[in-house]
Write a protein that binds this ligand. Structure first.
Ligand code: SAH
Length: 242
């Protein structure tokens, strides 16, 4: 599944910014939070403007590389500059058009879950592992890695432990819904009069992810611990002892 142009608020914002050098407000709604905004210029950040964590992710890319949910293509363009063979994919048709116009050589309108070719490095940045959606989605995710991660390959991603959001002033934690994992959110975006469909988005703490990964024969290694409960990590196939 990919998005239609009529239901692609982020793609429209990216396209407006590309055409006019500015864009309106890209609004983000989630039932549990106050309305938020993604500054559209942030999606066009240069390598110098990226966080040390993202810069480290770019340094770690090697071999045939996939940028998942590449957006305006900031990481794909940087990798291309480094001489890395990179393929950028996104479900947003408008974003893919912008990436092509910006010079991303392999920018494809493809859903991650319909891929069937192998990569040595799979990058999922800006909390890119969020597209797993829910903890239940982990099984589909790791099964896909079994087929698209080349032998010795790696997934480099960032996420956050959003537990702090539920912390009271006295340090106790109160989760809104004990039925589901606290990092399972639903988002909806709006740009001008374009309202996208709601979609599930997962924030996952490193320990929970490591436990999930283990079940499917993968390991998680923390590469950088960020300033604000965020982290950069690498997923790889567990070594099988002879
Ligand atoms: N990585 C970019 C953009 C992040 S926004 C950056 O760091 O600036 C997340 C992007 O993921 C959006 O462009 C969205 O369209 C895309 N996306 C969401 N689900 C996807 C899927 N299943 N397959 C491919 N791309 C997806």
């Amino acid at each position: 599944m990919t998005l239609s142009k009529e239901k692609d608020p982020m793609g429209k914002a990216i396209a407006d910014f590309w055409r006019n050098g500015k864009a309106g407000r890209l609004r983000v709604f989630s039932p549990m939070f106050e309305e938020d905004e993604i500054p559209v210029s942030y999606l066009y950040r240069t390598v110098e403007e990226m966080s040390p964590m993202e810069q480290e992710a770019l340094r770690m890319a090697q071999g045939k590389t996939l940028d998942v949910g590449a957006g305006a293509g900031c990481h794909a363009l940087a990798l291309q500059e480094q001489g890395i063979d990179v393929t950028a994919i996104d479900i947003s048709p408008l974003s893919v058009e912008v990436m092509q116009a910006r010079g991303v050589q392999n920018a494809c309108l493809v859903n991650f879950y319909s891929l069937d070719t192998q990569f040595d490095t799979i990058l999922m940045l800006m909390n890119g592992i969020g597209i797993v959606g829910t903890l239940q989605g982990m099984s589909r995710f790791f099964q896909l890695l079994d087929s698209i991660l080349a032998p010795g390959g790696q997934v480099i991603f960032d996420s956050s432990d959003i537990k702090y959001v539920f912390e009271n002033e006295d340090g106790t934690i109160e989760f809104p819904d004990s039925e589901s994992y606290y990092g399972e959110l639903t988002y909806r975006m709006q740009y001008k009069n374009i309202l996208g469909n709601p979609f599930p988005w997962l924030y996952i703490d490193a320990a929970t992810l490591a436990a999930q990964a283990k079940q499917y024969g993968y390991t998680v290694e923390i590469i950088v611990q960020g300033q604000h409960y965020d982290y950069l990590a690498r997923i790889a196939k567990s070594c099988v002892m002879a």
